[in-house]
Write a protein that binds this ligand. Sequence first.
Ligand code: NDP
Ligand code: OXD
Length: 313
Amino acid sequence: MTILLTMTGIDAGPWQQQLEALNLNQEFLIWPSDEPLDSVKYALAWNSPHGVLARCPNLEVVFSLGAGVDHLISDPDLPDVPIVRIVDPNLTMRMTEYVVFHVLLHHRRFHDYDRAQRAKKWEVLYQPGANEVRVGVMGMGTLGSDSACKLRDLGFQVAGWSNSPKSFAGIESFAGMDQLTPFLNRTDILVVLLPHTPETEGILNKNLFAALARDGAGQGPVLINAGRGRLQIDDDIVTALDENVLHAVSLDVFEQEPLPVDSALWSHERATLTPHIASESDNRALTKYIAEQIKRHESGQALENVIDNTKGY
Ligand code: NDP
Ligand code: OXD
């Protein structure tokens, strides 16, 4: 039995070393390889070249090395086997750190104070309390709901938007396209943790930005996107910033990654950018999770966190 490691942009070596240390009793193959793929039973994939998985006739399970599975779903030759995605406290913790940090960065006007410090200006700026600020979280799954609960605990007025209604104490729930506009109308800081699917592609566009609340206690609508770049129209974000439809943005993901050097986002003074690191996969934590799933499968137990291929997430 062989585990195939097929990944682009990540070094497979440390993943193999971590898995070997867990004594799974498996052989390993790192793609690209000239070895036959007949013995491959499990594949660990991240941005795997399309068509590679289809060349494994005895494949039983594919593990996405992240929470998102759009990199797999987009493969036209994806074999019909269960796809297990990462759901792990380590990944969730890292994402919640990112979200809470960026909400507070804008809420506490860090950029204004940073500019004032550099100009040697002692300047006290108005800051509303968290209880006066409405945060809206698009995508109330594993990651979005944890961020939403932590922001609620800090005192923000939090609402979530998802496909199906949710019930979290103190968090208003909006669901489906019918409730998107009312959700946006009550949102000052928009946090996006949606997956990329045909339904969500391009959802973060000028029409959506125009629907955000303009009567908030802060300086204007803020967008924080750590979901996927294909959710957003980069040019619409630049225009919305220039026209003050958006006051500020924090973006971890982009339509094209790496973000092209000529993108106007790089130098926009009210854009805070990070290179898709909001929640980096930690191979030490995630190999334990994958090993546990393999052990479950080998002993006839059901795999956990298998995605619904019809939904695409
Ligand atoms: P989940 O599958 O747990 O949650 C997805 C959420 O989005 C669910 O609440 C779902 O609703 C909602 N949703 C999906 N489609 C729609 C739609 N069309 N309309 C309304 N709501 C929708 O995923 P995770 O929380 O684990 O991860 C979310 C995403 O975060 C990943 O797909 C990935 O793209 C991104 N990510 C980014 C990282 C980074 O470093 N930047 C790191 C990790 C993940 P419902 O609950 O009703 O099904
Ligand atoms: C993920 C990611 O999906 O890191 O986990 O983007």
